[in-house]
Design a protein around this ligand. Sequence first.
Ligand code: SF4
Ligand code: SF4
Length: 309
Amino acid sequence: MGKIKVEDLLKSFISKYDFKAGVLPVKRLAGLKNDFKECLQKGFIDNKVYKSYLNGFSFKVPDDLKEAKSIIILGMARPQHRLNIDLGNRTIDAIIPPTYIDYRKIYRDVFKLLKKWFAADRYRLSRALLPLKLTAARSGLAEYGKNNIAYIGQWGSFHQLAGFYTDWKTIRDPWQEMKILDACKSCKLCTRICPTGAILEDRFNIDASRCLTFLNESKDDIPEWVKPGSHNSLVGCRRCQLVCPYNKKVKDWIVDIGKLSQEDIALLEESSKGKKKDPKLVNKLKSMGLYEWLDGVPILRNLRLLADK
Ligand code: SF4
Ligand code: SF4
């Protein structure tokens, strides 16, 4: 197969499935590793955040694809989701920011799809355990906002990234300086609205240890200095995304995923105490795309914070 034909293969894949893609030759792994190391050395990454999220990265080609020649980074548009919850005396609409629902399932599905597509031309694929925002920014797929979130064109920050290695050799090397959104030079909207002071004036790496997303994804107690009115989502936080002018066109994109009844909440309470999960509840959460975080995200604690604010 000629090289141009392979470039076309990816192009036709992303146009068929409405993805956007960046591609880097595998030699750029060293650059990605350096970028990441530099962030660590400058102290931009909090130790607890590193241990919770970032120490699983690998900047080596994977064992199951030693012949990897390129890194493909895909972006796909993702909405916010709304879950209606019956609390007995009232119901609340709990919003879940983009990417939480079915995150792993979507990654798996995209992997299978792309793998099949490439296999038709005898190319192989393996998952990339790379810092995806960084890879997207270095490939030109995404730009950084001052809130340290990656933005992709008209989707703004409403997207999910997925990274893969392939033994297909790209003929291009778009490695570039990481771009910052133009408006960030003079805009202070996200800095002002951030409820925890996590967005800093002098750098584009936020203080993730203060970010509500890190705090409410964790099972640890929410620190007392977090003001009760800060909570705005069932998990994570949307304040800096909703206020950002680059999200103007997508900020109202919300998809309903269904309702949790009082009985469902009672069953969640039971399972949080270590009791066997009710199969009906499991199926319901699966159908809503919430099952992945049943054991991880403290849904009930976050629900109480949201309801009490
Ligand atoms: S709100 Fe303003 S400063 Fe923050 S990311 Fe968006 S454009 Fe940049
Ligand atoms: S997600 Fe919320 S807490 Fe985190 S930086 Fe943005 S506004 Fe601040």
